[in-house]
Design a protein around this ligand. Structure first.
Ligand SMILES: [Zn+2]
Length: 773
């Protein structure tokens, strides 16, 4: 679609959203919808936090007070079409002449009020402003004035980070000092809201034993704070819960402070991270907070090799699935180099930024460029954002207010990360999750992360046909009941590993809570119930295999050893593609399971084979009846697959194509092939399919991740792929008339057969986006 047309569309939609005279509210009138306007106007216009989609941030260093070039950066705001900016206000350092005691003013201020200047400039340019705070640390002067406001370890020593003292979340630092700053900034400068880099205080591995904490915990439990982590102790679990609750309470308290001072829409939104594992370690309760907040500021700037760009394509859906599909999620995207080591003053290679941006936007986040320091000597980083942010501006109508068109839900919960993952969340939770994420993306199967406590709502809203439990070990009885309801209504289920074995605290039940649904039971004293053993299994690799049934090698050319079984029957369709082999590499460990009648076992376990000396490298125990996979169909008409073999975790670790192919086969069989997208052609393409406004409009993103740098950041150059044959299933039988590319602006031809629209994509450099209407 041409720019003119897309702008025209965007304008039309905008006008429809405003009623009559209220349409005269211009985009520059942030104040009218940010708390100071008349109630009538605010009621019909979209609030600022839904309209400000594109963001920018020049994170101030202390020296910037002397050198900040306001004229240049205002021009950069305009060039990159941002609608909001994040401006440093206070916390560790104040960038305005604060009156709050001990709130240290930035060096070299010399009477300059940089925060005030930039906020006024942004407001004059029609931009929303987030006042940026960093509420976690203070200097020695502050510490000496209020030593009891800071976190202490078990020996009574204060925690320190980057030379500063870490504030205690239960002290007047959080009750009085930060609210005083919020009040001062909100009343004096009227920012639209506040964001905070590091608001959660001490992490899980920094338990605070200060007087305030000891007293509060004793009042709650009658006991002292546990000295050592012990996940099996109810007291330690209570300490974990108490810490989460306090962070959620801080969220409420700071919002109360900012709204009281700055009006009902003066939001305090902290910052959140994209990693489940990290969020657990800093006690930020994803579900509680995403449900509460009107907007999520996502600090998720860097690519980690095991998750790749794929993670950024997923994170928006994981947040919006909990917080609401129309929620705006600006994501901080570093324009500087950020990998294992940070070069904050050097430009990140442009292709790396580009793919991170495209995956994030395709997955549902909004862009927020980020620089550290106002004077950039590597000028390249100042050129990266403009074309990307301008593309976003031209096409924004298609990038928000949409729902994923999917049939597959991948189920998650933060409590599982806490109480099942415990100290090894990477092995128990991240790896199985990443294995599924990579397998689904690789197979071009659209999926959506679903929180286990939102199953009823999301299954209905999105029309999910298959739920995958990726080693979801810790499940409460109500969560198990929600899965049962789904299955009883004819839903299909695919569970791996230890799913449903433990209760919500990670304590193993006698059997899987879903044993009857899966048709599989755990014998007494099974290793899955033994925490040290299952953790060792999860972390280790062993040279084990899975045997495919029936075995076919008697009919395939190769050496004869005389032990080839006669070919008996046909293989199950989940083993399609493996006709030339009777074994698959595995790497994990299994023990016997009791399988109920009616279950099909197409894979069995082959125990460890010595890796050396080569004289010993043969199968000492070539076959067992230990199931690696159990399939069945139930009375409700659903298909059920249980995969005790941890191939999801193994795929994340070993990246063997067989594992990815088998996982994809399982999804296709279990979902009865009910998948609304087919993409044929070579390459690693992340496909995102959405339904928008009317059921008749679909938006399809194809992001090209085929790259020499896909598994090792950063990307050096883009590599084009194609052609692809794309088939998309429409929601209704209505006839689509238009197929338009939002990248080239061209109208394309297509074929329609029944519910399927089919077209060719000849070449993709970085991405393609198609609107079918
Ligand atoms: Zn404390």
């Amino acid at each position: 679609m041409s720019d003119a047309r897309s702008r025209d569309f965007s304008r039309r939609q905008f006008l429809q959203q405003l009623a009559g005279a209220a349409a005269l509210v211009t985009l520059a009138d942030w104040r009218l919808v940010a708390g100071e306007g008349t109630a009538g106007k605010a009621a019909v216009a979209q609030p600022w936090y839904q309209r400000a989609l594109r963001w920018g941030q020049t994170n101030l260093t202390e020296i910037d007070v002397e050198r900040f070039d306001t004229v240049w950066w205002r021009e950069h705001w305009r060039r990159t079409a941002v609608q909001g900016v994040v401006i440093n206000a206070g916390g560790i350092v104040a960038y305005y002449p604060t009156s709050v005691p001990l709130h240290r003013r930035a060096a070299h201020m010399n009477g300059r009020d940089l925060f005030g200047e930039l906020t006024a400039a942004a407001h004059a340019d029609g931009l929303a402003v987030f006042a940026r705070m960093d509420s976690n640390r203070a200097d020695a002067t502050f510490y000496q004035a209020h030593p009891d406001w800071f976190a202490r370890d078990a020996n009574g020593e204060p925690y320190r980070a980057t030379g500063l003292y870490v504030a205690c979340v239960n002290s007047p630092y959080y009750h009085e000092h930060i609210p005083a700053i919020l009040h001062e900034v909100a009343t004096r400068y009227r920012p639209e809201g506040f964001t905070d880099n590091n608001w959660n205080g001490p992490m899980r591995d920094q338990p605070c034993f200060c007087g305030n904490c000891e007293q509060l915990f004793r009042a709650r439990t009658g006991a002292a704070i546990p000295r050592q982590p012990d996940w099996n102790s109810p007291l330690y679990r209570e300490w974990i819960r108490w810490n989460y609750e306090r962070r959620t309470e801080i969220w409420e308290q700071f919002n109360h402070a900012t709204r009281q001072a700055g009006g009902p829409e003066c939001l305090w939104v902290g910052m959140m991270a994209g990693s489940q594992n990290w969020q657990a370690r800093v006690f930020r309760d994803d579900r509680e907070i995403y449900r509460r907040t009107e907007l999520v500021m996502l600090d998720d700037q860097r690519r980690f090799d095991p998750e790749g760009f794929q993670h950024n394509g997923e994170i928006g859906a994981r947040i919006r699935g909990v917080g609401g599909w129309d929620k705006v999620i600006p994501e901080s995207m570093a324009m500087y180099h950020l990998t294992e080591h940070n070069f904050r003053l050097a430009a990140k290679p442009e292709p790396e930024v580009r793919l991170w941006f495209l995956e994030g936007v395709a997955g549902g986040v909004q862009p927020w460029w980020h620089h550290v320091g106002s004077d950039q000597q590597d000028r390249r980083m100042l050129q990266t954002a403009e074309p990307l942010w301008q593309w976003h501006r031209r096409n924004e109508a298609y990038l928000v207010h949409r729902r994923p068109r999917v049939t597959v839900g991948l189920v998650w919960s933060q409590r599982n990360m806490d109480f099942f993952g415990r100290d090894d969340g990477g092995a128990h939770v991240d790896d199985p999750w990443n294995g599924w994420m990579q397998a689904l993306i690789r197979a071009r199967i659209p999926y959506v992360p679903v929180h286990v406590d939102d199953l009823d709502r999301e299954v209905g809203a999105l029309g999910l046909k298959l739920l995958i439990l990726p080693n979801l070990g810790a499940m409460s009885d109500p969560q198990v009941a929600a899965v049962r309801r789904f299955v009883a209504a004819g839903g299909n289920l695919l569970a791996t590993g230890l799913s449903s074995l433990s209760d919500e605290w990670g304590e193993a039940r006698d059997d899987f809570a879903l044993a009857d649904v899966l048709g599989v039971h755990l014998p007494p004293r099974h290793a899955f119930r033994d925490e040290p053993v299952r953790t060792r299994w999860a972390k280790r690799w062993t040279q084990t295999y899975l045997r495919l049934h029936p075995e076919l090698r008697a009919g395939i050319p190769g050496p004869r050893s005389g032990d080839e079984p006669e070919i008996a029957g046909e293989r199950h369709e989940v083993l399609r593609g493996f006709e030339q082999t009777d074994i698959l590499a595995f790497g994990g460990m299994l023990e016997p399971l009791a399988v109920e009648p009616g279950g099909v076992v197409p894979l069995t376990f082959v125990p460890a084979v010595p890796t050396s000396p080569v004289e010993s490298v043969w199968m000492h125990e070539p076959r067992t009846d230990i199931p690696g996979l159990v399939l069945r169909e139930n009375a409700a008409g659903g298909r059920i697959a249980y995969l005790p073999a941890d191939l999801d975790r193994r795929f994340a670790r070993e990246n063997l194509p067989d594992h990815g192919d088998l996982l994809a086969n399982l999804v296709r069989w279990t979902s009865r092939g009910d998948i609304p997208l087919k993409v044929e052609g070579a390459g690693l393409i992340h496909c995102h399919l959405y339904q928008q406004s009317a059921p008749d409009r679909l938006v399809l993103h194809l992001v090209n991740l085929t790259n020499a740098g896909t598994w090792r950041t950063p990307v050096h150059e883009l590599i084009a792929v194609g052609p692809f044959m794309v088939s998309v299933r429409f929601a209704t039988r209505s006839k689509p008339e238009n197929l338009v590319s939002l990248v080239s602006g061209e109208r394309r031809t297509f074929e329609q057969t029944g519910e399927w629209v089919k077209f060719e994509v000849t070449r993709i450099v970085d991405h393609e986006v198609f609107v079918i209407s």
